[in-house]
Design a protein around this ligand. Structure first.
Ligand code: URA
Length: 235
């Protein structure tokens, strides 16, 4: 891979900046200052420094974001703030995108990555990856509603797949586990039983719980274990 491509992919500099830094002797490969930024390197083998700092290369990045209200799950938008804007400048350059969507007023766990294959796998209806939502509803949820929500409701002609509903004591809030991701699914499911969502937060995705140390709008990279867990869906 070209050195300038690597340095721009890890978000350290643009290709032009990289060219200038090479000319100024500010990039080293295996301890030797390089003259040209278009040389080919092997990021797994060569040791690279940029402005005296070692360059850590990761093919893919996986981020856990605690999404606040008011942001849309997109990479750019003319009207609204996007979840990408919550990341720092360097991380924004990594080509990340949200793996799935949360509505503008839905909070909680959103994974951002630049691993298209894994994201596709996690979202594919074939693979039944689970998502857990904490919700509050406008009215009481009866035993009959629970039974319908769990066994499947009709959303514009399509039945929802079996779901798990854990109701809290007040019977107006709980956790709903889905293995699919239809458009506005939780809100529409509650509407199908003549109720309405007043608060919605995703608390788990693909078996990874939302890190409760993350405040709204905060994010961190997935841990090695979390990353390995997600990548195991590719097997
Ligand atoms: N279901 C919804 O209705 N909204 C979301 O954001 C996620 C699931």
């Amino acid at each position: 891979m070209r050195l300038d491509k690597l340095l721009s992919e890890v978000g350290l500099c643009s290709r032009t900046e990289c060219k200038k830094a090479a000319k100024a002797g500010r990039i080293t490969v295996d301890g030797v200052a390089v003259k040209s930024a278009d040389m080919h390197i092997d990021p797994e083998k060569n040791v690279i420094t940029y402005l005296g700092q070692p360059v850590e290369y990761k093919k893919f990045t996986y981020i856990m974001l605690n999404k606040p209200e008011g942001y849309i799950s997109a990479t750019d938008d003319k009207k609204d703030h996007t979840v990408l804007e919550l990341l720092d400048e360097r991380t924004q350059k990594l080509g990340l995108f949200p793996c799935g969507r949360l509505d503008k007023n839905t909070l909680g766990l959103l994974i951002l990555t630049n691993d298209g294959e894994l994201c596709h796998r996690l979202l594919s209806p074939k693979h039944h990856v689970s998502k857990v939502y904490y919700f509050r509803a406008e009215r009481l949820i009866t035993d009959e509603d629970k039974e319908r929500l769990e066994s499947g409701v009709n959303l514009d002609g399509e039945m929802t797949k079996p779901a798990k509903l854990m109701l809290y004591e007040d019977r107006m809030s709980g956790q709903l586990t889905l293995t699919e991701g239809k458009f506005h699914q939780v809100k529409r499911m509650l509407e199908a039983v003549c109720n309405k969502i007043t608060y919605l937060e995703r608390v788990e995705f693909a078996g990874i719980p939302l890190d409760t140390d993350l405040k709204r709008g905060e994010w961190r990279e997935l841990s090695t274990d979390e990353e390995a867990h997600l990548r195991s869906f590719l097997n």
